[in-house]
Design a protein around this ligand. Structure first.
Ligand code: RP5
Length: 183
């Protein structure tokens, strides 16, 4: 996306600079509050790859780099955000404050696990964040895929196949348990 900005405006001289605004075109944007959240993001990336969904990833902290969070959200062309954060996990809410696109918050475990869960679940009225369980980057990816699938039949097919695979595993596990127990 390009925007033309009046730079110097004199009667006979009109100069413009063209400011290039890089807009990322991935379907899903993953933002982590810290590099230490990467293991949780990896769970999400693995499933997004499986579903054939393009994504981008960045580190930006709601507290340490609030301006960067705003820039990332406003320059993202993604359909869905996955925001991953621990401790006083303000990141998902901060991301949601800059967009009306859906934001999925992933609380990250630490010494006190309820802190990040409540920070994400307890958003004030009007600025909701969809919360998944502690460290559940995988569920964040599935939920993001379900949102993308609304307009993408290929992703929908892959989600159905994923469901089927899980159901088959439950049946296989059951048969294994019955066989092991010998009844
Ligand atoms: C949060 O604080 C991050 O999302 C991370 O989960 C936690 C710890 O951050 P680091 O001290 O590892 O950078 O903002």
């Amino acid at each position: 996306m390009f925007s033309i900005i009046p730079f110097y405006n004199l009667p006979c001289t009109r100069l413009f600079i063209v400011k290039a605004v890089v807009v990322t075109m991935s379907k899903v944007s993953i933002i982590m509050g810290s590099k230490s959240d990467l293991p949780v993001a990896e769970k999400a990336m693995e499933l997004l790859k499986r579903f054939g969904i393009s994504f981008d990833i960045a580190v930006a902290s709601a507290h340490r780099t609030p301006g960067r969070v705003e820039e990332l959200v406003k320059s993202s062309g993604s359909e869905v955000f996955i925001a991953i954060a621990g401790l006083s996990a303000a990141l998902p809410g901060a991301v949601a404050s800059y967009t009306v696109r859906p934001v999925i918050g992933v609380p990250v475990s630490g010494k006190v696990n309820m802190d990040s869960i409540l920070s994400i679940v307890q958003m004030p009225p009007g600025i909701p964040v969809a919360a998944v369980g502690l460290d559940r980057g995988d569920n964040a990816a599935v939920l993001a895929a379900e949102m993308v699938a609304i307009n993408d039949p290929l992703v929908r097919e892959k989600l159905c196949a994923y469901r089927l695979e899980q159901a088959k595993k439950v049946i296989a596990d059951s048969e294994q348990v019955v066989s092991d127990v010998g009844c």
